[in-house]
Structures are given as C-alpha cells and as structure tokens.
Design a protein around this ligand. Structure first.
Ligand code: GAL
Length: 697
C-alpha cells in the first residue's frame, strides 16, 4: 500500500517526489451526475489531484442526523477520483470558511451552552472532535495507506487570520487540534493553511505565492512549499459586480511559483459550482462560478485550456523540477530573472518578468526573448514552450446563455398571507416586549422571520420622516397596514461590526398619519457569516439575524410589544413540493404581477438537449427558487454597484457593473424529471412572464 511522506522539496508517494497539480471541486456544489465529467476534464487538463473541503454544516444540518446522500455522498465522490487515478487532498476543517454557511460549522452549534467557536473552548473542542473522529472513520478506507486516493488531510483553516484575537488560548487550541489530528492515525501528512502547529505542514493561500517562498523556506527548511489556494478568480456577492481574473495572470502566478521552488499547487476553485439551497454564507450569490477554469456548469473555459498547456509542460518536466535543488534566480537585464533546473540531461528554464507595466527583451542561451509585463517564458531543453502572457487562439472559448425550448407553461400564483398570529405547527408566534434576534426561533432552518407591532403615531409625529431600525439584519421588507412600503437599500457591506451600531442600522423614508398602524417587518437572512472578522471583534457565535434593537420614528423611539413569527406559511405547507395542493393556485396572472410575497408556479417538459440548463430570472426581484421540490437557491437581481476591496485588485477585475448581480440560475440535469415543477417565492414583486429557460452554449 502506498506510503505518503514529504521532504524539503516535495510530497513523496512511495518515496518518490511528486509534483502536485490539484484543483478544488467541492462535492456539494455540483450534483453526483456531474462529478465524473468534472474529474475527467480535470485530468485531461493535466491535474493529478482533486481537493475538496468537507462540509460538516451540510452533513449534520440537525444535530445527530447525518446525511451522506446525493450531493453529500462523499464516498462516491472519492470513488470516482480513485477510479480516474486522481489523488485527493481532503481539507476536513471542520471550520473551512469556503463561503459556505457559517464557514462549515453547523448552525446548531450556536445552541450548545458555553460555546465559543475555534478557540480553546471545551464545548467546541468536544463537538468538533466528535465530528472529525466520526468522519475520519467514515472515510478511513479512502486514505492512501488503506488503498484509497487521499494523500493529504487538512485540519482547521487559516487560523493565522484570527490567532491574534485569542492569544494563548488560540495557541492552546492549535496545539490540541494538531494532537487530535495526529491521534486519528490516518496515515497521511496533515496540512494547515496560513497557521500551523508542530508536526503539520503549513501551506500558502494567495493570488501570488512566489513572493512568500523565501520566508517560507527560511522558516521551514525541511518542508516542501505547497500552495493550497491559488485563487483563479473570486466569489461574487449580491449587489457587487462579477469578479474575474485573466488566464494570463493565473498562468503567470502558477509558473512563477514552480520557478521559485514550489512543488504543489491547488486551484481554489478549479470548479466553483453552485451554492444550492441556503448553503451559501452571508451575501454569497447562488452562483459560485468563481470565474474558475471549469465554469459553474462544468464546461471548459479559455482559462482551462491555457492552464492545461502549462500543466502539460510541468508534468513533462516534473522529474527535472522535483529531483533537482530549488533553483536560485539569475539576474538578467532590466530586473528579469531566470530560474534554471537541470536533471539527467534535460533542462527547464523559467524567464520571469515581474514588472506589471513594462515588457523586457533578454538574451538567454543564445536566443532573444521578448518578455511581456508579468509573464513567464518557459524553455524546455532549449526550446521555448510557452509564454504565460500569450493565450493561443485555439484555446479561446466564447460562451453565452441562449433561450431554449421547451417554454414554461403560464405561471400560477398564491399570495403568502401577512402574519396574522395564527399558530403554525412548527413555529408558534412569540410575544415579546422587545424585538428578539431571529436565530433563536428559526435555528437557521429558514431565512424568514416576521416582526409585527402596532405603533401609535401621535399628532405631532405625523407626516414624512425617517424610520430607523437599530439592530437589524440582513434584508428587511416593511409592510405598513398591509401595504409594502420599503426595503433595505443595497449593497450591504460584507464585513460589519456588531459593536458599531451604524453597522446594523437601516433607515427608510416613510409617510405616517397620526393614529394606530400595523408595521410588519419581514426579515430575510442572506446566510450566516463565515468568520469572526465579519462581525468586528467578536466570536462567530455572536452572529445575529432579524431585529433585536430599537425602532425610531423621526428620532423618537416607538415602543410596542412585538409578535415574532418564524418562517413563511408557504414554507410550512411546503407549497414548493408535496404541499402544493394545500393552497389554491390562481391563474389570472395580471392580478398578481408585481405583488409582493407572491408564490409563483410553472411547469415545463424535460428539454431534449443535454446542454446545461439555467433559469433566466429577468423580471423577478428577490426570493428563493425550487425545482421539483428541491431548492436551487436564493435569487436576487439587485444591480452590482458595490466597490471591491482594494487588495483584490492585485489580481481581480470587475465586470457587469450596474447589471443584475445574478440573472441565470443553474437547474442541474440530475434534478430534472420528464415533467418539471418550478416554484419561485418572490418577496418584493416580479413579472414572471419574462422568466425563461436558457441553455449554456
Ligand atoms: C480563503 C479561505 C477559503 C475561501 C477563500 C475565498 O481565505 O481559506 O475557504 O474562503 O478565502 O474564496
């Protein structure tokens, strides 16, 4: 059986140094029917490994109830990798960040008394260890020494980013989890990214890893440089433009890393896929395309072909690279650098121009080379093989969405009643003097929570003014005396601060007459945070949704008892699935067009073509969508107007400013039937006659 180890140059498999070219494919972000072709394409593109995180939050949505079925069938995922001869890097976490709800921790952890996440806290360590042990036993046959594909395992994730918050307590935590990991005896090396503990390989996450290597080797002279997250794009958020990164820039960063002595790299993400259901963390779009080399639907892009070219060269020359010493850079004119590797009569040379603006012309080995800005030219056995800044025309793929048959049948509708205090079997209404944070009632099993109060407006308070909600999250819709009057302005900031009241304050301009009014606030969560920093100086356990603060009208508090109702009636009845017959669907579309809180239902036949299918939600505003009873995700056509964080611009550029953040929603082939039912819950108001089925071509 294979033995996995490492030395100062590379990971070793059966004692042989191995160059690792890996791509992240998260099993829950696609469907089992997609897995084989995703991995086959990865292999064709020259990858020899697949990386995935493990999603505790999805496997154990309810405490003690484990789900390894369907898109959570990780054993099947590992089997396919194994059959295709791909290695697997398994990042167990169980805290994983990953833009997944609560960073991969199950929401019920919040209800464990005394818990603090990711520090030396007994309840957290107990729960975490319980899961990690159970999970490792579940996949034990899949570790390489037992004949399986897993060659590396990761514990925790980027603890270095938050370690300073926890001081010695954090250090104790790291030590304890490292010991715990070792005690699991999985037989493969453990890694930790950005942060480490004795006995564990620390790995790099970055857009560019080569500037970090000198420091890395100074700290870890006996460890190989592994890059667990090379981001070939970036995630998208509601209210922000689409993030992209050029193929040339990724190829430059990758080649530059291997030139400077790296021997293992994983693209995060190689295939981004979809945040189905309510799986995404706060503010994440349903698409997790990531501008990755395989697009959301698993189709190859220009990026994939360009990188495949690089991978093929790296694999051809892998022995030359890993069996020789890390090359020292040779200074060429105008700050260009050459890294030369030689072994058994073969050679591989990287000519690097790190200047982002200036092209350079250099002579090397009797030839002249033009080095474009930020580029690497690779020379194998004296022959130029690739210039990372030149994408060959044959690699260019143009894709678009095209309207397709069949057509959707005319939509029917049913309006979600405003909350009326009627008890529902799941969530009896709660009466309270003050508004109370919603997760205490919803336990994150729904996005929705109603807050209803009767407000008395005195004569001197009447007229137009600003209604302020202090302590509110995320998106809220206000209904005054049964009428929709206002909604949260977008975009929302990604990182907020629970200790800064402004961060969780929202303001709405309204006109109120004197007298009694009923205010109903529908709070809509947009996913739980993925890390402490998203709440300021707090622990993740402090995450809040709904309304927990004060209501001010023209600067004066309006006190009233509140009735809190978790979830929607339509959710309780499951009108998007088997409960569809419990309500009366109406056909007179004109009456409901633009109505808030409207459930819409249509049907369509299975398309003849097997091309990936999407739903173009033009005409709709914000809500949730289901296909044949399965939640395809949240939708929101909010225009992308937000500004990116400065640091992203070192590698990423924005596209589609002012356009709907996400217009097309993936309908996975695995979820289609001969006759299909599509249900939308529209919160604000939409025109479904514009909604269309499209193909990705
Ligand atoms: C990293 C993190 C990943 C993912 C990524 C951004 O810092 O480790 O889990 O969140 O950022 O996509």
């Amino acid at each position: 059986m294979p033995t996995i180890g490492y030395d100062y140059r590379a990971v070793t498999i059966n004692g042989k140094r191995t160059l690792l070219l890996s791509g992240a494919i998260h099993y829950p972000r696609s469907t089992p029917g997609m897995w084989r072709s995703l991995m086959e394409r990865s292999k064709e593109a020259g990858l020899n490994a697949i990386e995935t995180y493990v999603f505790w939050n999805l496997h154990e949505r309810r405490r003690g109830v484990y789900d390894f079925s369907d898109r959570l069938d990780i054993r099947r995922f590992l089997d396919i990798a194994h059959e295709l001869g791909l290695y697997v890097i398994l990042r167990i976490g169980p805290y994983i960040c990953a833009e997944t709800n609560y960073g991969g921790l199950p929401a019920w952890l919040r209800d464990v008394p005394g818990i603090q996440m990711r520090t030396d806290n007994e309840p957290f360590l107990r729960e975490m260890e319980g899961w990690v042990r159970l999970f490792c036993d579940y996949v034990r046959p899949y570790f390489a020494p037992n004949g399986g594909p897993i060659i590396l395992a990761q514990i925790e994730n980027e603890y270095g980013n938050i370690a300073w918050r926890y001081g010695e307590e954090g250090e104790r935590y790291l030590k304890r989890i490292a010991e715990m990991a070792e005690s699991l005896q999985v037989g493969v090396p453990w890694v930790m990214c950005k942060g480490s503990a004795p006995g564990i390989i620390e790995t790099i996450n970055a857009f560019y890893a080569h500037p970090l290597l000198d420091e890395y080797f100074a700290r870890y002279p006996n460890k190989p440089a592994l890059w667990t997250e090379h981001w070939p794009g970036w995630y998208d958020m509601w209210g922000y433009p689409h993030n992209r990164r050029t193929p040339e820039n990724i190829a430059y960063a990758a080649a530059r890393f291997f030139a400077a002595g790296g021997t293992g790299m994983n693209y995060y993400m190689w295939h981004g896929g979809t945040n189905f259901d309510r799986d995404g963390s706060f503010l994440q779009t349903t698409s997790y395309d990531y501008d990755a080399p395989l697009d959301e639907f698993g189709l190859p892009t220009t990026k994939m072909y360009h990188l495949a070219h690089l991978h093929q060269i790296l694999q051809d020359y892998a022995p030359v690279l890993v069996e020789s010493e890390r090359a020292q850079p040779e200074q060429l004119p105008e700050n260009a650098l050459a890294y030369a590797y030689q072994r058994d009569g073969r050679s591989l040379v990287f000519l690097c121009n790190d200047d982002t603006q200036k092209a350079v012309s250099v002579s090397y080995g009797g030839r002249r080379y033009q080095l474009p800005p930020q580029s690497v030219t690779i020379i194998g056995d004296g022959q130029p093989l690739m210039n990372t800044a030149q994408v060959e025309p044959r690699y260019v793929v143009e894709r678009r969405f095209e309207a397709c048959d069949p057509k959707l049948t005319p939509f029917q509708w049913w309006v979600e009643p405003l909350p009326n205090g009627e008890p529902t079997p799941l969530h009896p209404p709660v009466l309270s003097d003050k508004p109370v944070e919603q997760l205490q009632f919803t336990h994150d099993e729904t996005d929705y929570c109603w807050y209803v109060a009767k407000l008395m407006v005195l004569p001197h308070q009447e007229g137009s003014g600003v209604l302020e909600l202090h302590g509110v999250a995320d998106v809220v819709h206000l209904f005054l005396d049964g009428q929709f009057v206002a909604t949260t302005p977008a975009p929302l900031p990604e990182n907020r601060n629970l200790d800064d009241p402004e961060s969780f304050t929202q303001r709405f301009e309204l006109t109120l007459s004197a007298g009694e009014h009923t205010l109903a606030i529908l709070c809509c969560a947009l996913g739980l945070v993925k890390g402490d920093w998203m709440l300021g100086e707090r622990n993740m356990v402090d995450e809040r949704k709904g309304f927990w603060g004060k209501l001010l009208w023209r600067g004066e508090p309006l006190e009233a008892p509140w009735r809190i109702e978790a979830g929607l009636k339509g959710e309780h009845y499951r009108v998007f699935a088997e409960g569809s017959a419990l309500v009366r669907w109406e056909s007179s579309l004109e009456v409901a067009r633009g109505k808030p809180l409207c459930w819409w239902k249509t049907t369509f036949e299975r398309p003849k073509s097997s091309t990936p299918l999407v739903l173009d939600l033009t005409g709709m505003t914000k809500g949730t969508a289901w296909l044949n009873g399965r939640c395809i995700g949240r939708y929101w056509l909010v225009p992308g107007t937000g500004k990116p964080e400065e640091w992203l611009l070192q590698a990423v550029y924005q596209e589609g400013e002012g356009l709907p953040t996400q217009r097309y929603y993936h309908l996975p082939a695995d979820w289609l039937h001969e006759q299909n039912v599509l249900v939308l819950f529209e919160e604000v108001g939409g025109d479904p006659t514009q909604v269309r089925l499209c193909m990705r071509v």
